[in-house]
Design a protein around this ligand. Sequence first.
Ligand SMILES: *[C@@H]1O[C@H](CO)[C@@H](O)[C@H](O)[C@H]1NC(C)=O
Ligand SMILES: *[C@@H]1O[C@H](CO)[C@@H](O)[C@H](O)[C@H]1NC(C)=O
Ligand SMILES: *[C@@H]1O[C@H](CO)[C@@H](O)[C@H](O)[C@H]1NC(C)=O
Length: 373
Amino acid sequence: MYRATVLLLLLCTACHVAFSVTDGLLPNGDFEYGPKPSQMKGTVVTAKNAIPNWEISGFVEYIKSGQKQGDMLLVVPGGAFAVRLGNEAFIKQKINVTKNSYYSITFNVARTCAQEEKLNVSVSPNSEPNDWGILPMQTMYSSNGWDTYAWAFQADASEVEITIHNPGVEEDPACGPLIDSVALKFLSNPKRTRSNLLKNGNFEEGPYVFPNADWGVLIPPQIEDDHSPLPGWIIESLKAVKYIDSAHFSVPEGKRAVELVAGKESALAQIVKTIPGKTYILTFNVGDSNNSCEGSMVIEAYAGKDKIEVPYQSKGKGGFKRARFQFKAVSTRTRVMFLSSFYTMKSDNSGSLCGPVLDDVKLLSVRQPRRLL
Ligand SMILES: *[C@@H]1O[C@H](CO)[C@@H](O)[C@H](O)[C@H]1NC(C)=O
Ligand SMILES: *[C@@H]1O[C@H](CO)[C@@H](O)[C@H](O)[C@H]1NC(C)=O
Ligand SMILES: *[C@@H]1O[C@H](CO)[C@@H](O)[C@H](O)[C@H]1NC(C)=O
């Protein structure tokens, strides 16, 4: 029985590797291979298959790092080239994946003109109607102009097509976000265990993080848990939460954590099955990621209508403390939710949003203390 399980696991790992793209950049995902000079007019790409591995539509520009736009210098984070999606333009690529598996896409974006720039990320075929992601670019989170976003999907076929589309229409058709470095990662489906009623409570499973990007990956707002780039977790409300890794930040436990960068405007939640009347204990780490995010911070943790506030005094140099919250369930489903009470900005004059780090969230039920006779 044990052997059979091991064999099955080995087979499945092998089949994932054999038939689908591996974690990391998509083929020509950083757009380093570009159109031939004959397929461009100025910076505008004129043929739909001009960028190797991609198909384009609409007003797409091929941008070299260092190119000027007005008085703005366009600097590309991954390699030397990026694309810009003008009015209603899109880029798409077909990839082979494992049917029914979950994947997350990670890519870099820079807003260039309008505040309201948005991107529509979608995958086809898709058995769910209206299942695309609209990522608003209104808030800039990093200080260098580039933000990294993640989005996730369940593959409904073994060959799917990923599309990144600028649905906007501006007066200047060239206006629109720059895209660079599109990567893909297979997502496993973390389970609830005997030692934790929450899935992925330590945030170790999540989207691809670029080795050269030290600004974290944004998990966009309004993400449902059925295909979240942060498996198990829902992102509620209006703004993103930031996914951070130990290669670039101080992380309390393991290799990954989240930073609540948008005050009360972003909340992270998970719904768990509970038994009414039973007592539960929620424990978690509150800290800072060693990114010059200083000041008095507070994480609010909710379990249904019960709530605690955990203050944390950050010097912006890393560190954390463990918090404990005991509550009695009143329903068969309890919404566990975290948010940061305040907005915080980095003390390095960049004006970037930052906030408390949350990690290693555990939920356990407590045995009722036996009554002594
Ligand atoms: C996907 O796999 C099929 C069958 O092996 C192959 O014909 C097709 O070209 C592959 N598609 C991509 C985008 O790699
Ligand atoms: C997003 O893209 C999908 C697929 O191309 C499309 O069906 C949908 O209408 C788009 N949504 C918006 C709001 O532009
Ligand atoms: C914070 O970052 C500094 C500089 O990179 C490093 O020397 C220090 O060890 C880090 N502290 C923690 C707690 O990770």
